[in-house]
Design a protein around this ligand. Sequence first.
Ligand code: AHR
Length: 311
Amino acid sequence: AAAETNTSTAQKDGDKKITMGFAQVGAESGWRTANTKSIQEAAKEAGVELKFSDAQQKQENQIKAIRSYIAQKVDVIAFSPVVESGWETVLKEAKDAGIPVILTDRAVDVKDTSLYVSFIGSDFVEEGRKAGKWLVDKAKDTKEPMNIVELQGTTGSAPAIDRKQGFEEVIKENANLKIVKSQTGDFTRTKGKEVMEAFLKSSKSENKPIHVVYAHNDDMALGAIQAIEEFGLKPGKDILIISVDGIKDAFVAMKDGKINVVVECNPLLGPQLMQAAKDVVAGKSLPKRIVTKEGVFPQETAEKELPNRKY
Ligand code: AHR
């Protein structure tokens, strides 16, 4: 009902310029940079006035930004939540103020789903399954155990929770596939490298080789690659590398034989978001869930696909 109040105001005003407040996660990865650019360019293109804030991966900063958008009485609030939980209060404030909220990229874990109008983004569980499926196929003739180390995304974030879940669900099919270590690298190159260095060190002292890295995003995979090379091993050969996102840098690493497969996660959500904002302000009802279409790119496809990458 609250969203309707906003809708009718906009309708009365005819084609009044829409103001959107967008609370971004941060600038932690190549994916995020592409996502921000897509949103900013699409807003310009669609004639939407964009108020943009970068939360530096902190939920409290996002909450502050959302409250400030409520105070400024924007027409629509959109955000990509850093973590899944803890959003009820601020979303209720937006609803009470009659401002519709669109989620992009990441989901929130709330009982009352009327607190947001739509969620546009990837199916992260499916991405995890795709990564697991590639490994299960690759390992189908393996008789020996394969030790997997996992570089998780930001703790508590939807992509970290879901990509882990989907991957684990699928690799269960093969008893030889075991995650022996799993830690967060916070979706960044620096932390991915740091965590991988620690994994390699303990694999040496425990005399337990690492056969596979499953990184929840390309930046952490690229950091891990650096750590593996500095350790004197060959990423992509001595250790298989599975990654998620599909940024250009990862395709270059794949072309060079250093990443074995990339599961795509599309950050170019700007145009869909602006359309959704226009629709909601015009009083149209939106699908509760808009899922992004994505592919899987094994190493063999890297060279051909690289020139087509848009992020
Ligand atoms: O929420 C999407 C994830 O966030 C991307 O996979 C990662 O690179 C980004 O930081």
